[in-house]
Design a protein around this ligand. Structure first.
Ligand code: ADP
Length: 447
């Protein structure tokens, strides 16, 4: 396209200059005073054939000529130079351009201008196209060389740019490959990142944060579980060693076995709880969803705690409107209420109060278990639903809890698509609020 544009421009330049020259020369011989006067051929000849030598030789190089011809007779009447071009233009009735080849090599552009004031004659101005063709050839040559360079450089440049673009991705891949479970704290360096990659690296780092946190929780969980297993095992070990250290009577053996039975029960409970959590995590805890009468369910669980509450002089009150029903796994829901009531009765001091209430909320049911116990410090509230977390471990271990009750309660409520939260001010009791959708959306979410 560049070549075509330049060629057209060059040819137009030649055409324009030829036309201009022809028009100027024609006007020189036009007698304004007496337009009817015939063209003075002798004068034209004289004018055309004279001219400076220098100009002549300059023009000869370019095969330039001006001539007056009679096309009908095909004769040259006057000419500034003769290059043997026949005086027979393609058209003589209108101004026109021709390209002719002289001496089988030189191309010439010729402009033919019929004279309005002397209709028999036409002026012709011609110029060699050698220079134009030379420039065209040069342009073509330059363009070809440039084109070849582009063709040769394009893959190289492409390769270079791709290499540069891939460099940070390679670095990213290297770092990613170096990160393993023993060194999860490494992160990708964002300072050197290209803008386009920054988002990706941020996402990658955020993912590593989550994986590291999950690993950390997992490690903590294993450590805690081992710790919990060790205590009853150590108690049994010591009990057995003491009992077996010498011969004893039947009542002593009986007492030792009863003590071991208690610890085995505790271990069994722990094992069952861990298994339940593991199955919930692995999405293998199927929910048996059916319509549950909340009123009946709550009253049944409350009744189980009546003896324990009585023994501590705790008032166990409830406010549960009849006819509250929802879709849920009854046994799991009993477990949630049981854990919460167990805590309430366990942590409320003698003479305190525990109150269970329920209400229908917007397409949901809310159950509140409130007590007048010591409450939970604000810094613990965010953690009490974590596994093995005890707000006051020395105090609570003695009371028999593993710190798993609330973790299980939360997991079950979540499986039902509900929420559980705590409101508490230390010294003013604690209030656990469970909200459950009236209908579990997916029939059995993780079955
Ligand atoms: P635990 O078996 O130790 O009771 P939970 O998971 O049920 O474990 O509870 C976690 C911790 O939350 C408890 O150790 C206790 O410190 C605190 N907590 C739970 N419920 C109450 C409550 N009603 N009053 C005061 N503290 C509570």
């Amino acid at each position: 396209m560049i070549y075509i544009a330049i060629s057209t421009w060059l040819e137009n330049q030649v055409n324009d200059s030829l036309r201009l020259t022809a028009t100027q020369v024609a006007s020189v011989f036009y007698d304004v005073e007496a337009p009817q006067n015939p063209l003075d051929i002798a004068d034209v000849r004289l004018q055309l054939e004279s001219g400076g030598l220098a100009a002549q030789s300059f023009l000869r190089d370019r095969l330039f000529f001006i001539r007056l011809i009679d096309p009908s007779e095909q004769i040259v009447l006057a000419a500034s130079a003769d290059y043997g071009i026949p005086p027979s233009p393609a058209r003589s009735d209108a101004a026109s351009y021709d390209t002719v080849v002289v001496d089988s090599a030189a191309e010439m552009r010729i402009y033919t201008l019929p004279l309005a004031y002397a209709p028999r004659y036409v002026f012709q101005v011609g110029l060699s196209l050698a220079e134009t063709r030379a420039i065209q050839r040069d342009v073509l040559g330059i363009l070809l060389v440039l084109g070849l360079c582009v063709v040769a450089l394009a893959p190289l440049t492409g390769w270079f740019l791709a290499e540069r673009a891939l460099l940070p991705i390679r670095a990213l891949a290297r770092t990613a490959a170096e990160i393993n479970e023993t060194d999860l704290s490494r992160r990708l360096d964002l300072t050197a990142a290209e803008v386009e990659l920054e988002q990706l690296m941020r996402t990658f780092n955020a993912m590593l944060d989550r994986i590291e946190a999950a690993f950390q929780r997992q490690r903590q969980f294993s450590t805690d579980a081992a710790h919990e297993l060790r205590t009853p095992l150590a108690i049994m070990q010591t009990g057995l060693e003491v009992t077996l250290s010498r011969a004893r009577g039947a009542p002593e053996y009986h007492a030792a076995l009863v003590s071991i039975q208690e610890e085995v029960q505790r271990l069994t409970q722990l094992a069952n709880t861990l298994l339940l959590l593991a199955r919930a995590d692995a999405h293998e805890l199927p929910l048996e969803i059916r319509t549950v009468d909340l009123n009946l369910l709550l009253l049944a669980v409350i009744e189980q705690f009546a003896p324990a509450a009585n023994a501590k002089g705790i008032t166990l009150a409830h406010h549960i409107p009849p006819g509250l029903s929802l879709q849920a796994d009854q046994d799991r829901l009993i477990q949630v209420i049981f854990n919460l009531l167990d805590n309430a009765v366990k942590y409320t001091p003698e003479g305190g109060q525990v109150r269970v209430s329920a209400e229908a909320a917007d397409h949901a049911a809310a159950v509140t278990i409130a007590d007048s116990g010591p409450g939970i410090p604000a810094e613990d509230q965010a953690h009490i639903f974590d596994r093995f977390y005890r707000a006051d471990s020395s105090r609570n271990r003695a009371r028999g809890g593993f710190g798993l009750g609330l973790a299980i309660a939360r997991r079950i409520v979540e499986l039902h698509g509900g929420t559980i939260r705590v409101i508490s001010q230390p010294g003013h009791g604690a209030q656990f609020i469970i909200t459950l959708p009236a209908r579990v959306r997916t029939p059995a979410p993780l079955a």
